[in-house]
Each structure stands twice: as C-alpha cells, then as structure tokens.
Ligand binder design. Structure first.
Ligand code: PLP
Length: 367
C-alpha cells in the first residue's frame, strides 16, 4: 500500500535529539530559541513563538490578539476542527464564511457581510498548503480594525509573490508528523507585531517573565528542546521536501483525468501538504484505490458547523453549500516527498483507471 503520509527521520534528527537528551536540558531552552529564530527568518518576520502543537499556536495567537469572551472570529467551516475549537477556547464565537469553489479557501467576497460590531479577528485557513488570499484579507482586516490570525498549519513555505504564508498578521503552524516539516508534536506562531509576540510568550509560560512572578493567568503551551531539535534538523530540508511535493503535484495536474483539483492562482506557490481531488462517488473511489494499493485521506468528511459540538451550540440550521458539497467529494492522494517515481506512476494509473470506471463529476456539480 502506498501510504497517504510517510514522515521522514534522518541521521540529522537522531543526532540533534540525542545531543539535546544528553545535554540534560530537555524542556524549553536554547534549542527552542534557535528554532524560533530560524523559522522567523524562513517566514520573513521578526518574531516566532514555538508551542506544543498547532492547536496551542492558534489558541495562543488568538489570546495574544486579545480575542476573548463575547467576541466573534470569522473562519471557514471546511477545515480541521481546531480552527473553530481554539476560537471557542477563548470564549469567542466562530462565525463561518463559506469557501470559494475554485481554491477551497475562504471566499473573500463574503467576508465583509459577516463582520458585526463584535468581530475581533479573521482566521483564514491556508488549506492543503495553498495560501488563502491573504493580501485581500489583510486589507479588509486593516480597514475594519480586525486582527488577522492565519491558520497556516498546512502551509509551511507556501507564498504569494515573494511573501510567505505566515507573514500576514499572526501565522499559526503545526509540526505534527504528517506536516511538510515536523517536530513530532509542536507548533509555532509567527508575527511582525512585537506586542503580539510578547503577549504570546507571556501566555505560553504561566504569565511569567520572571520565575514565580505571575503577571497574568497563563498556560503551559511550551515546546521542549527535544522536539525543537527535530525541527532544527527538518527546517533545512523543507525547501527540498516542498520542491519534491510540487514536482509530484505538477505531474498529477498534467496526467490525472476525470477529477478536479483546487485551482492555484498565478503568483501563488502551493506547497501541497495534500494533493486533493474532487471525485464522483467518492467513497467507492476510495475503496477502489485501496484495492489498487493506493492509500487516501479525506480532509474533511464533515464540515465544522455540522460536527456534534457545533450542532449543540446551535449552528445546525446554517448552510454553507460549497463546504457541504466538497465534504462529500474530496479525497487526498499521496504526494509526500518520499514517493518514488514508480509510486507516482502507480498512483496516476490507479486514479485514472478508477475515475474512468466511476465516471466524471456530473456537470451540475462542477459548474
Ligand atoms: C488546518 C489545521 N488547523 C489546525 C491544526 C492543529 O494542529 P495540531 O495537530 O498540531 O494541533 C491542524 C493539524 O492537524 C490543521 O490541519
């Protein structure tokens, strides 16, 4: 079976982890600071604050942007649940805006209508490794006095023009094992705003600048030096990993037939955390690919507003037609950098055979 993900750990990771472990300094320390400096540099911002996960990065960035009780945060329903749960953690309420059918990212044209006097922030999600339309969203946020907290959990190294995802507002990345780079578990917040970075550091560590002097009620969202060591070994490899993902995706774009992938706008560098297609009779498609030895993933089978906790919060009557339709049609195929050319050939042959067996998406759906 060709798996949907295959995290890569080399000698560099092992050596750096071993050196952190043998130093005796295991918790957040010099290696976390080094990863923050290098990652900030990579994204092109002055500040980065490492965390224990992508989820705690989002939670921290929202808190550091002063989102709290009674506020509203605009985000999409076609995403991982953590985009919305972290808004709920702060006491704020997610306000959903549907995604655009071409890019699968937030439909910028619908954002302004969702802004109310309670809106405090906009959280676009750069889904599958493709940045949302961040320049347009930043313009709206700036004009309406809102914070921009990007869920960049899947978009390490993606860019629009020469500017990286994570450099508009606060960028929140995940270093979960299947991501384009990993620390095992981990995350990071990137920002050009010194005040946001300062609040994030304070909130990350029990509200302390000085040991046992608590200025505010904070959290323990720290990354360990062991995890940071994995990240320090992975970061230099990220550009080559992303280049390989993009080369495989370019072959899929050229050679797959009878399926639809998200449109990538000119000037956008998509880093293909996932290569996702819309397919007719998706669940049968997945089964038939499995029979042919191709692993798949469905990101995401139920839109967030239809998840049980959101139904209990009264979101059940809301309709987001594009997100709802995509949830029934999407499947992701392997695009990770360790795929061999033979494996890529096999994926292409299998997808084309299954697509021709099941037929194309009906025209009404693709319109
Ligand atoms: C879009 C999105 N947001 C948030 C997260 C949360 O990141 P983590 O799993 O590192 O907590 C993920 C990761 O799965 C994600 O894909």
């Amino acid at each position: 079976m060709i798996p949907i993900a295959r995290p890569q750990m080399g000698d560099e990771e092992k050596e750096l982890v071993w050196s952190a472990m043998s130093s005796g300094a295991l918790a957040q320390g010099a290696r976390v600071r080094e990863l923050e400096e290098r990652f900030a540099d990579f994204i092109g911002v002055p500040h980065a604050v490492a965390t224990s996960s992508g989820t705690t990065a989002l939670h921290l960035a929202l808190l550091a942007s002063e989102v709290g009780q009674g506020d509203e945060v605009i985000t999409v329903p076609f995403t991982f649940f953590a985009s919305a749960s972290t808004i709920l953690f702060t006491g704020a309420r997610p306000v959903f805006v549907d995604v655009d059918e071409a890019s699968f990212n937030i439909d910028v044209a619908q954002i302004e209508a969702a802004i109310t006097p309670r809106t405090r922030a906009i959280m676009p999600v750069s889904l599958y490794g493709q940045p949302a339309d961040l320049p347009a969203i930043a313009e709206i946020a700036e004009r309406r006095g809102l914070a921009l907290v990007e869920d960049a959990a899947q978009s390490h190294g993606a860019s629009i023009g020469d500017r990286r995802s994570g450099s508009w507002g606060a960028g929140c990345f995940s270093f979960y094992p299947t991501k384009n780079m990993t620390t095992g578990e981990g995350g990071i917040v990137t920002t050009s705003d010194a005040a946001v970075a300062d609040r994030a550091r304070l909130l990350r560590e029990h509200g302390m600048r000085v040991r046992y002097r608590h200025e505010i009620v904070g959290y323990n969202f720290r990354m360990t030096d062991i995890h940071a060591s994995i990240g320090l070994a992975q970061l230099p490899k990220l550009p080559a990993y992303n280049a390989r993902r993009r080369a495989i995706a370019a072959r899929y774009d050229r050679e797959l037939q009878g399926v639809i992938a998200p449109h990538v706008a000119p000037g956008v560098t998509h880093v293909y955390h996932q290569y996702t297609i819309r397919a007719h009779r998706r669940d049968e498609f997945v089964e038939l690919l499995k029979e042919r030895g191709v692993g798949t993933g469905i990101y995401y089978p139920i839109p967030v507003h239809r998840q049980k906790p959101m139904l209990e919060l009264g979101y059940g009557d809301q309709r987001f037609p594009v997100s709802e339709r995509l949830s029934g049609e999407v499947l992701s195929i392997p695009v990770h950098p360790s795929l061999t050319d033979d494996e890529v050939d096999s994926v292409i042959a299998a997808v084309n055979a299954v697509a021709s067996e099941l037929g194309p998406l009906p025209a009404a759906v693709t319109a």
